[in-house]
Ligand binder design. Sequence first.
Ligand code: TXA
Ligand code: MG
Length: 556
Amino acid sequence: MMQTIYYDLRDIKGQQKEIRDKVAAAAKILREGGLVALPTETVYGLGANGLDPEAVRHIFEVKGRPQDNPLILHVSGPQWLTRYCAQVPPLAYVLARKFWPGPLTMILKRGPSVPDETTAGLDTVAVRCPNHPVTLAIIREAGLPIAAPSANLSGRPSCTTAQDVLEDMDGKIQCVVDGGPCAVGVESTILDLTCTPPRLLRPGGLPVEQIERLIGPIAIDKAVNASLGEGEQPRAPGMKYRHYAPKAPVTVVTGAPEASAQEILRRVGPDSGVICFDEYAHQFAGKVVHTLGPSGDKQIQAQRLFDVLRAFDSEPVREIYAQCPDNQGLGLAISNRLKKAAGFHVIEADSLRVVLGVTGGTGAGKTSFLDVIRELGGTVIDCDAVYHEMLEQSEEMRNAINMVFPGVFDAGGKLNRKKLGEEVFSRRERLASLNEIVYHYLVPEVQRRLGSDTGLYAVDAINLLESGLAEVCDRTIAVTAPTELRVRRIMARDNISEQYARMRITAQKPDEYYRTKCDCELTNAAETPEAFREEAREFIRRLLETIREEKSHGQE
Ligand code: TXA
Ligand code: MG
């Protein structure tokens, strides 16, 4: 354990000499290879001389940070760019002039003076000029670029106060400089300028819209909105790690605040904790609640976010549900951090009801598709199961069947399935009249089950298109797959011969039928079930976006 020096520089209008002395002392520690936690406008940084491999190695040790995760060099202005970066494009100066000092980190080609330790061996380097008077003064005084990751232990929420830093770093580093609570509260926006168009690697304190207003459209890295598949490498190595994670698992609920509050209310149990906007806290009386701020004030939400995540570490909850702002402005960074804390476990709540009709032949992937619907918090209505329940319970339907097929119910009222089967499978018209009866009762029953509730529903029916059930759906979806793949899947799944698998497929309607009659088609040619689920997730996400767009216009 070392003694961590604490410098209070919250009030910089105070004793000028004292302030200058502390700034000089912090700069000296940095020049001598020590570690100093520094305030910035985004989050606290754990600083070291970015040109000193030994000092930089200490950062990784103290944080417990994976070796492959590079650091940001903090500089005091654009005039330093050419010292540490090669081939600085004019665009970098355009951005720096407008947004520095401020929460924008630029990825540029690395210059020869920057050691491998800082960039984790990459041929690029991240640079930013933080907007905090104390830290800018320390950087100038030290005359060095300061490599600084966020000052938390790796995996924990970033620190937005010097107290948070002490919680994680006391006794491990030479010095903590207290510059007051961070004004922005989420880390900087990271923009890769080594590609065209520039690419957003991490949303942060500078909203994308502001960057685009200045330089036109930028690309958004996939890691911003989703967890990456196995083997996929994000361009900002840090984006692949589970971050900001409280000990209890987090579920993020997106959608309009009223809808997400309702959805959380439906889900919370006795040991659940809730992260919500101020206005909704009273709905969760009796639960452990930490509030993000007013639903309309993203600046406050950003400031409080990490504090709330930290607070949950000392709460005895088993799971945490979190409301989440939309993606506009600072919302993109806030929701990205919440989703990362949740390992991208996200449920969509909505004030609208969306009903997807799902159909398709055996072995194509309908079951996986429906699993994804459930995973998104949706409800699946299995029409075959509904039909069988109704055969037991619906007196009306039973009577109607009995009229046309006398004797299929025995004296005790039990359906003789074998007999009914023999009746209908020998003659087409008989099957048609049974179907007519069943559909007549089934469609209203499914409608009843859909209720007037909001949310996502899937109606799973092999006879979706013939039954009239398609009418209650916003979209009908055919899940199809190449025949050879279906054969292999059915053989493996049901442990049957190839011949029998082919027979099962030919007994059903061809893909062509579903393809031409449904509103849309999802073809499952994926190598693995997980790959297909990933495609299904993206397919559903896009579809929901379109449907909600249509519906919300319809409502205006
Ligand atoms: O606001 C911030 O940026 C804060 C304050 C202290 O400045 N710093 C910060 O650092 O958030 P850190 O280390 O927690 O996050 C830096 C991110 C990581 O995801 C890292 O992978 C990425 O920047 N990064 C660093 N150098 C990179 C490079 N050359 N190419 C791509 N990504 C890079
Ligand atoms: Mg960090």
